[in-house]
Design a protein around this ligand. Structure first.
Ligand SMILES: NC(=O)c1ccc[n+]([C@@H]2O[C@H](COP(=O)([O-])OP(=O)(O)OC[C@H]3O[C@@H](n4cnc5c(N)ncnc54)[C@H](O)[C@@H]3O)[C@@H](O)[C@H]2O)c1
Length: 272
């Protein structure tokens, strides 16, 4: 039987960047513990498809979806006002949206070198991963503060606590690829945002934590998977569903005495 503390009792959870790989997993986790969902993403086509899929699987659930660009205050306020009009309050916010370059089978030559990293790319990525999380927390968190309760969860990464091992990303000495500087800065920054928010509304029951997942196994090259496995005590990348239990824990009363924390789930990579 499900521990009652894990039940969300129909609370509404808003997920940003919900149409991506992990967004789908977070959404399922919330529905599995009896939550209601507000799915948002900048990509309306992908979002619509994802929402349809999830509605088919969870027929009785209350699932809303909105196109929302997290870098635009106007967009976030529009969603906020639409919800308010219908007396829907976001009690759980998952800041998940990001612009992430995935490691694919074929890598792009000389991408993301620090020397050539453009200001434009820096600003674009920071505005989604970091500024976007701040703006959504400001708008939905302020409303939570009036109701004196809520949960904010920032999705960071194992690279919020360790530096990228750049040797992983290049396929040869000639073909250099890098994890971009923005990734480290955004993910470390999210931990700062988490700590800041966890103490900003004292005497309320607003909790703010981070989840720091390790890399998920996808269509990366065998060479990459072998190299990264050597850095991980559990000797493999994660399966995409392996963060669902943490989402359930962090978004529900099961973690009622936890705030300002960064839960790192990385197969042990960051302890080596
Ligand atoms: N996939 C991994 O291996 C992994 C590992 C550690 C951490 N993470 C983190 O988990 C989160 C989700 O990752 P993912 O793998 O699902 O990424 P993804 O690229 O599959 O999904 C990200 C989503 O964000 C959306 N998005 C981009 N810009 C946006 C904007 N301006 N406004 C709203 N939405 C926007 C995209 O449309 C996309 O649907 C990210 O924060 C990522 O850094 C992922």
């Amino acid at each position: 039987m499900l521990d009652k503390k894990f039940s969300l009792n129909k609370k509404f959870c808003l997920i940003t960047g919900a149409a991506g790989l992990l967004g789908h997993e977070h959404a399922e986790a919330i529905l599995e513990i009896n939550g209601n969902l507000i799915l948002t993403d900048i990509d309306s086509k992908k979002l619509k498809k994802m929402a349809k899929n999830i509605k088919n699987k969870f027929k009785k659930a209350n699932i809303l979806f909105f196109k929302m660009d997290v870098t635009k205050t106007k967009d976030i306020k529009k969603v906020f006002n639409k919800l308010k009009k219908n007396k829907i309050y976001v009690e759980i916010l998952i800041n998940n949206a990001a612009i992430d370059s995935k490691v694919k089978g074929k890598v792009v030559r000389n991408s993301n070198s620090f020397e050539k990293f453009s200001l434009n790319e820096w600003e674009k990525q920071i505005s989604v991963g970091l500024t976007g999380s701040m703006l959504c927390s400001q708008i939905f968190g302020s409303a939570m503060s009036k109701r004196k309760k809520g949960v904010i969860l920032n999705i960071a990464s194992d690279l919020s606590v360790i530096a990228p091992d750049q040797r992983l990303y290049s396929s040869s000495k000639k073909n250099k690829n890098y994890k971009p500087v923005t990734y480290s800065v955004i993910k470390h920054g999210l931990i700062g945002l988490t700590k800041y928010l966890s103490t900003y509304w004292p005497e309320t029951n607003i909790r703010c934590n981070s989840l720091s997942p390790g890399g998920i196994e996808l269509n990366q090259s065998i060479k990459f998977k072998k190299k990264i496995a050597k850095l991980i005590p559990l000797n493999r990348m994660a399966h995409k569903s392996e963060y669902k239990s943490a989402i359930k824990f962090l978004c529900s009363d099961a973690s009622s005495y936890m705030t300002g924390h960064n839960l790192v789930i990385d197969g042990g990579r960051s302890i080596w």
